[in-house]
Design a protein around this ligand. Structure first.
Ligand SMILES: NC(=O)c1ccc[n+]([C@@H]2O[C@H](COP(=O)([O-])OP(=O)(O)OC[C@H]3O[C@@H](n4cnc5c(N)ncnc54)[C@H](O)[C@@H]3O)[C@@H](O)[C@H]2O)c1
Length: 373
């Protein structure tokens, strides 16, 4: 008898063996070791590669070239944790080799690159998804169910806050804070997690008006951005993405007609981080049923990898890929376009031929000097 799909261990390779792969993808692989087997690792830096292989243990083949690894190993799934400017090329190479991909955020640097990846998906039949781990914790799954089912009433107004702190040493890493290598500042690199979750909870956005500035750091891109957003369902929201905030917090608050839902955390959430406050007209028995069920799945790479392996077993498009993840990147592009041009940006307007389709900075590679503090 052939094994059931879930009894099959998928052969996994990691590309880039730095902080996020060692610290988050490796624990996720260990947590799913009954379904996924790490067979290969790639890094240009042989010292990092050796350290990672030692940390991983077992029989993990090492490579310094993605193409050589793909040729030799033919993995089922490739996890990518390299700097963002490499994501498109490495994702496309893995798709061409028939592998599914789970790539770190941002999946790529522009909508043009995203559409290249979509074309490679269509040619290969494999899928590329992006790490947005905060969607997958049980608190987020539960909140989304309550909001999308209408149980909390109509969404009216929301706040989405990523107020973090990064120092000069953080930005001394050459790929950070540069358009060509990170794609932008906290809009692309930090706040993207929180507003991805906001979009996941509230559905399609319709219009963005934004400002951005470089106030503190010696970067090319912004170190703070703010946006006003109108959603298709009529709700309004504010979004703040900052790496210059001494008191760090990640927060989402959504006021619906029957309840306020609030999430407060920093780099990951658990059930206890979600609070529901009923409107005065809501009966207490109804509100009592909103509490997140006891099984507590923290938002994590482990939770997202589980969802991806489920999709692989079922041969269906994984969550966090295709049009769904594109909406988050399009939101980033709209925020930048509005910040650079001073005009509102509508969903769907950034198309081929628009400079903001090609790059997050459009044709403005540097902020004007007056925007420096
Ligand atoms: N999901 C999250 O919460 C989260 C958190 C931190 C970082 N990230 C993302 O993870 C990615 C990596 O960040 P990091 O902090 O781990 O960086 P890092 O610098 O620690 O690791 C990157 C690794 O890629 C390797 N590398 C560079 N060029 C390569 C190439 N051509 N082929 C193979 N390997 C190559 C480097 O040697 C290094 O080991 C970024 O996209 C970042 O935005 C995500």
């Amino acid at each position: 008898m052939s094994p059931s799909p879930s009894a099959t261990r998928r052969r996994v390779a990691v590309v880039g063996t730095g902080a996020i792969v060692g610290g988050s993808h490796l624990p996720a692989l260990r947590a799913h070791s009954d379904r996924a087997e790490l067979v290969a690792a790639v890094d240009l830096d042989e010292g990092r590669l050796d350290d990672f292989r030692e940390l991983a243990g077992g029989d993990v083949a090492g490579y310094t070239s993605v193409d050589a690894m793909l040729d030799a190993v033919r993995p089922d799934l490739v996890l990518i944790g390299t700097p963002p400017s490499l994501h498109r090329e490495q994702t496309v190479a893995a798709l061409k080799a028939g592998a599914w991909v789970l790539c770190e955020k941002p999946l790529c640097l522009s909508l043009a690159e995203y559409d290249d990846i979509t074309a490679a998906e269509e040619a290969s039949g494999a899928y590329a998804s992006v790490v947005f781990q905060h969607r997958y914790g049980s608190g987020a799954v539960h909140a989304r169910g309550l909001i999308t089912s209408g149980e909390l009433g109509a969404p009216r107004v929301a706040h989405c806050q990523t107020t973090w702190h990064r120092d000069a040493a953080y930005y001394a890493v050459p790929w950070r804070g540069r358009w060509a290598t990170e794609g932008g500042g906290p809009t692309m690199g930090h706040g993207i997690h929180q507003y991805d979750l906001l979009l996941h909870l509230l559905g399609p956005w319709a219009e963005v008006r934004a400002m951005a500035a470089r106030l503190v750091h010696d970067t090319e891109s912004e170190d703070v951005s703010t946006a006003l957003v109108r959603f298709e369902n009529g709700a309004l929201a504010t979004v703040v993405n900052s790496v210059l905030s001494p008191h760090e917090v990640s927060r989402i608050r959504i006021d619906c007609s029957d309840a306020t839902v609030e999430l407060t955390h920093l780099y990951g959430h658990r059930n206890e981080d979600w609070v529901y406050t009923p409107a005065p007209h809501v009966a207490s028995e109804r509100a009592a049923a909103w509490t997140t069920p006891a099984a507590d799945v923290p938002s994590s790479h482990t939770a997202q990898l589980g969802a991806l392996l489920d999709a692989y077993d079922n041969g269906v498009r994984p969550p966090g890929s295709g049009p769904d993840a594109r909406a988050t990147l399009e939101f980033a592009a709209a925020l930048y376009k509005s910040a650079f041009t001073g005009a509102p940006v509508h969903a769907g307007e950034i198309a081929p031929g628009d400079p903001f389709y090609q790059a997050m900075h459009g044709d403005h590679p540097h902020w004007a000097p007056k925007e420096r503090a």
